[in-house]
Design a protein around this ligand. Structure first.
Ligand SMILES: Cc1cc2nc3c(=O)[nH]c(=O)nc-3n(C[C@H](O)[C@H](O)[C@H](O)COP(=O)(O)OP(=O)(O)OC[C@H]3O[C@@H](n4cnc5c(N)ncnc54)[C@H](O)[C@@H]3O)c2cc1C
Length: 757
């Protein structure tokens, strides 16, 4: 038995490609229609024979027990190489459902028959009158002796034409509430009373059919999970199915097609198109990061949470957006039935476009998943007079990691000292921060969180700093910790001049507070070093009003240098410019100022500045997450109490779906931020920063704008805090590059067209 997980990802991918290329007949691949069992059974048997049929099952039951990253590669290669899905209900759903809910006898009986291809399964859930309202099934099962007798009709049953087994959800008790009277029963289709009729899909295949059950029999031993417990089993099974639908492999395959299509149309250099492709690519990649995190948790034994619904919605809709964009870019050449008219090797764009409609419908429609999230996560009411329930949109930090401890500590500072009246009082005032709070922060050592221990600091990482900033921003404590303890500190840490050590030592108790003097959007300022003196202007000195020292990048005859100027030195003029949140940013004018010292030159200076900016971008993302959390929380709370038409506005479905979309954006940002931290720790700081900051800026701005809309006119007043949060979001989202600037950087890295090619 091979240990697939012991292979490197590359080795595993090669093995998968090799297996597909060797054994999957070309006639089955990249087909517009869904091949029938008579044709595709050979491939099913090959997968079983070589151990590739059941990627998620445990090894002892003949599965591959793939860890999530490997499973993702498996799905990607299957899709990329146009491998058909052949009777996948058995391996994908029935196996895992029996392993979770079945008896040892059922597991022993059914799993080997799935692997051998003797049993081909289909899913009998939906009925003509029970789609989204699945618990409304009317198919009935009545016990006679040691058998169930089943009568009813199932519809949209995928693979029904080839299956010989069907698992049905049937009503076994009509006296209790809808969900409580259902049972999950395994039924042999090869018997009198089972009639299957094909239904042709929009793609012209017979992917699904109708199944009529007239006095059909199944042994009572085929009941799974207990009498009248079918709803629980069905839900766990739908969890597996939704995980599958939440996996980004469809989207990734469609992206491959999109990139191929760009090449064929010669549009792979068009900046406008590349920007749009970058947008969907980043969406799919961020979903992939969130999916991988969820799959990892599931593998570690955590049960499915509502994250599955989050992923199902965003994934299915993003997949559809990729194919929409494909059709739009291809124009009439793509609107062809069969391969697009783009020359040799054209992909079948229209088939992809049609296929992408299905995941938004099966396994629970995107709307139903939004309902689930609105009710179960946000606690929004179903009915006008429902009692309010708590929202779990922002869970309390958990675990005993240093990051969680720091986040808790910052939460306590917010609880003790946070006060919106205090913050309001600081607006458009100078120096624009609360000196007492800065002192407390200094005493806690937070200015030195990112200063290495060797330099006398606390020596923690970006994740820990991010935890503090996330909590402080959530509590609207926007004291200039970010520009000084992150941007300034990290520029200094990565410098190498003599003055560096003394300045860092002074940061430990907050006596030294360095601010990196930059231009707009993180650009180097327009400052020249001539004859040992600095002259020029720095337009965006964040934290400038609290700084004791300015770190000024300047060019001269010897190239780039990073120079230290004490605040208040002769020839220095510092004026305030008001940012969108009405906090001051310094505009630093230097008129022939001799620097106190220099801390870096040439490449070292350039790297110190670039690295500090990228590290700050990552930590700012955490701050934007904190702001987004507060915006979602305060909007949900408002929607529960604000009544119109005698109804809390949170009971209106149109608004529920809107706020759920904002919650989903926040969740995806959390995943991307975690991924960005990981990339940074693996030496890919620039990519990590642009991914995290791009996502966080775009998502938080959208959340803030729509939060105003959901509040109505009160949100348009200065009195309500939601406006303050909007302004803070717009400030941080724009700082050091907004979402579109980061997308441009992403395009410049070549990643948009390269990795999919
Ligand atoms: C390709 C494909 C394969 C399928 N395979 C199977 C299968 O193998 N086995 C099986 O049992 N089923 C299968 N289905 C059926 C699928 O599960 C149902 O189509 C789905 O649950 C939706 O039900 P419906 O089609 O009856 O739509 P309806 O429930 O009638 O919904 C119609 C529209 O109304 C919306 N809507 C309904 N109720 C609400 C509400 N409360 N709030 C907001 N919006 C609402 C829906 O989102 C949808 O947009 C398959 C479907 C497809 C497309």
């Amino acid at each position: 038995m091979r240990d697939w997980n012991a292979m490197s990802d590359d080795e595993f991918r090669r093995a998968a490609i090799d297996f597909i290329e060797t054994h999957c007949p070309a006639s089955l691949r990249h087909r517009e229609d869904q091949p029938r069992w008579s044709e595709a059974g050979i491939w099913y048997h090959k997968m079983a024979e070589h151990g590739w049929l059941a990627p998620s099952w445990p090894v002892e039951h003949g599965g591959m027990a793939l860890k999530p990253s490997k499973h993702m590669i498996y799905l990607e290669e299957w899709n990329a190489r146009g491998v058909p899905t052949v009777m996948q209900q058995g391996p994908l759903n029935v196996g895992p459902a029996l392993l979770a809910n079945g008896t040892p006898e059922q597991i022993a009986e059914y799993l080997p028959k799935i692997l051998s291809g003797e049993h081909l399964w289909c899913q009998g859930f939906s009925e003509p009158g029970a789609g989204s309202d699945l618990a409304g099934v009317r198919t009935e099962a009545v016990i006679e002796g040691d058998e169930f007798v089943i009568n009813g009709q199932k519809i949209w049953t995928s693979g029904a034409l080839d299956a010989n087994q069907i698992y049905v959800l049937a009503r076994t008790d009509k006296t209790v509430s809808k969900q409580k009277g259902l049972s999950f029963i395994l039924v042999d289709m090869a018997q009198h009373g089972v009639t299957v009729k094909p239904i042709h899909t929009i793609k012209h295949d017979a992917e699904f059919g109708e199944v009529f059950l007239d006095d059909v029999r199944a042994p009572v031993a085929n009941l799974v999970g207990g009498m009248n417990r079918g709803w629980t089993v069905a839900k766990s099974l739908l969890g597996f199915e939704r995980i599958f639908a939440g996996s980004p492999h469809f989207g990734r395959s469609a992206l491959r097609q999109l990139v191929e299509m760009l090449r064929l149309t010669g549009k792979d250099n068009d900046p406008v198109i590349l920007d749009r492709v970058a947008e969907v690519k980043l969406d799919i990649e961020d979903i992939a990061a969130a999916f991988e995190a969820l799959a990892q948790e599931v593998k570690q034994g955590h049960s499915f949470g509502f994250e599955v619904s989050t992923l199902k919605v965003i994934n299915s809709e993003s997949y559809a957006r990729v194919t929409d964009l494909m059709m739009e870019i291809a124009g009439e050449r793509g609107a062809t039935f069969g391969p697009a008219a783009l020359g040799e090797g054209s992909p079948d764009l229209f088939k992809s476009f049609l296929s992408a409609r299905a995941p938004m419908i099966y396994g629970g429609t995107a709307q139903i998943h939004r309902n689930i999230l609105a009710k179960n996560v946000l606690g929004l009411p179903d009915t006008p007079d429902a009692a309010p329930r708590p929202s779990t949109a922002t869970p309390a930090p958990s675990g005993d990691s240093m990051a969680a401890e720091l986040q808790n500590a910052a939460d306590r500072i917010v609880a003790d000292m946070g006060d919106m009246a205090r913050t309001r009082g600081l607006r458009r005032s100078l120096p624009g921060h609360d000196a007492g709070l800065l002192q407390t922060i200094a005493e806690l050592g937070w200015f030195a969180i990112l200063v290495p221990e060797a330099d006398g600091g606390i020596g923690l990482g970006l994740e820990e700093m991010g935890a503090v900033i996330r909590a402080l921003e959530k509590g609207f404590m926007s004291e200039p910790l970010l520009p000084i303890a992150v941007l300034g500190a990290r520029a200094l840490v990565q410098a190498d001049g003599e003055a560096r050590d003394a300045l860092l030592a002074g940061m430990v108790d907050g006596e030294v507070r360095p601010a990196l003097a930059l231009g707009f959007d993180g650009a180097l300022p327009d400052v020249r070093m001539v004859d040992g003196r600095l002259t020029g202007t720095c337009d965006m000195v964040a934290g400038g009003m609290a700084a004791t020292h300015f770190l000024v990048p300047a060019r001269g005859d010897c190239g780039l240098g990073l120079y230290v100027i004490p605040a208040g030195a002769t020839g220095v003029t510092l004026t305030a410019r008001w940012r969108a949140d009405e906090s001051p940013v310094g505009v630093l004018a230097l008129d022939g100022v001799p620097p106190e010292s220099s801390v870096a030159h040439g490449d070292v200076a350039a790297r110190a500045i670039e690295t500090a900016i990228d590290e700050t971008r990552l930590v700012v993302s955490a701050g934007l997450i904190g702001l987004s959390e507060q915006l979602v929380d305060m909007t949900v709370d408002y929607m529960k109490v604000r009544k119109q038409f005698d109804t809390p506005i949170g009971a209106f479905q149109a608004l529920q779906h809107k706020i759920v979309d904002l919650y989903i954006q926040k969740e995806i940002t959390l995943g991307t931020y975690g991924y960005g931290l990981r990339l940074a720790s693996e030496g890919e700081l620039e990519m990590g920063a642009l991914r995290a900051k791009g996502r966080a800026s775009g998502a938080a701005s959208r959340i803030a704008r729509e939060a105003i809309q959901l509040h109505g006119a009160i949100g348009f007043t200065d009195e309500h805090d939601v406006g303050l949060y909007l302004k803070r979001v717009m400030t941080l989202a724009a700082w050091l590059g907004d979402a579109s600037a980061h997308r441009r950087r992403f395009v410049e890295t070549g990643a948009v067209v390269a990795s999919e090619g």
